[in-house]
Design a protein around this ligand. Structure first.
Ligand code: 8YV
Length: 329
């Protein structure tokens, strides 16, 4: 009998077709009624779950008795209760590497977009305001040659550092768990404590995973440490920043601006951020390019097939559950 895969968010038709070559595939659809009800009804049948952007832990998965693998179409896996999955011997896979460059591109878009006030001035031009000379109060700030502080020098952080150093002649500071001597050598990057980074960077770019240590890593105290001329960029996860504290800092002009792709609650609606001209707000699009989403989809499907066929998936987040005899579930 074919194994069953249940999608817990939209998956592309190409992903569905590839999975259907081997498995029964259930994709909840708005045309068939409530999505949650469809998901919950199908859960006890599912050997594999695939998707992104949904919290999955003991509460959601207690009826998923046959579950062998959760294949997440994302690099971050803060939505999943890793301890619970591991305890149950359920594999969790993600899609690292393939979104590194597009997310670093987006971080740089936010750096440049905030520094040069791109969205604000685009709206100004389109509103027909360009009948008079731009005022000095509308000027941006330089990026070239400034100091870029990267919080979390993993794959994405390193890709941001490369852009900053090689493309924009920036001085690179970074903080995190461990120094990366190879990058220090290649990019002249300097490993410093977070407080030192905050006090010296013109741009602070957050690229850490969300976990108990990084939740509200940037709060009122940290924002106070930043230069009034500095810009905060977040392409990691919203809860890494205390959003209320950030809004207060932006309202009071305690920092120059913020370029945000992620928020404490997503999707973001009716936020004070919307009326702040010094906040650039994007709808979580770090990996949202045609090429990257395709690559993420392929990787997630490959991980799923490997796991269900008894091969070790390439991107296994919890290797301790791997049993070479393929005796999962
Ligand atoms: C994903 C992300 O695109 O990969 C991640 O961790 O944050 C995003 O780039 C999103 O989770 C939807 O797949």
């Amino acid at each position: 009998m074919k194994k069953t895969i249940l999608a817990f968010s939209r998956i592309t038709p190409a992903m569905a077709d590839r999975l259907r070559e081997h498995y029964e595939v259930i994709i909840p659809s708005p045309a068939l009624g409530n999505l949650n009800t469809q998901f919950e009804k199908a859960l006890p049948e599912a050997h594999g779950l695939i998707g992104a952007g949904r919290k999955l832990g003991s509460k959601q998965l207690c009826t998923a008795e046959r579950l062998e693998v959760v294949s997440s179409v994302s690099v971050g896996y803060d939505n999943y209760d890793l301890g619970y999955l591991t305890e149950r011997g359920i594999m969790l896979t993600n899609t690292p590497d393939v979104l590194t460059e597009s997310t670093a591109d987006l971080a740089f878009s936010l750096i440049l977009g905030s520094a040069r006030r791109i969205a604000e001035l685009d709206a100004w031009t389109k509103a027909g305001n360009w009948t008079r000379t731009l005022e000095a109060a509308q000027f941006g700030c330089d990026v070239f040659g400034k100091t870029l502080g990267i919080v979390g020098l993993g794959n994405i952080g390193s890709a941001v550092a490369r852009r900053g150093r090689l493309g924009f002649g920036m001085n690179i500071l970074y903080s995190g768990n461990t120094p990366k001597p190879e990058l220090e050598h290649a990019l002249d990057a300097r490993f410093v404590p977070l407080d030192e980074l905050l006090a010296n960077a013109d741009f602070v770019c957050l690229v850490v995973p969300l976990n108990a240590n990084t939740r509200h890593l940037i709060g009122e105290r940290e924002l106070q440490l930043m230069k009034p001329s500095a810009i905060l960029v977040n392409v990691s996860r919203g809860p890494v920043v205390d959003e209320q504290a950030l809004i207060a800092a932006l309202e009071q002009g305690r920092i120059r601006g913020a370029g945000l792709d992620v928020y404490e609650r997503e999707p973001l609606s009716a936020s004070p951020l919307f009326s702040l001209p010094n906040a650039l707000t994007l709808p979580h699009i770090g990996s949202a390019t045609d090429e990257t989403r395709l690559a993420m989809a392929d990787r997630a499907v490959e991980n799923m097939i490997a796991a269900l066929e008894g091969h070790r998936p390439r991107d296994l987040v919890n290797p301790e559950v791997w049993r070479p005899d393929g005796n999962h579930g």
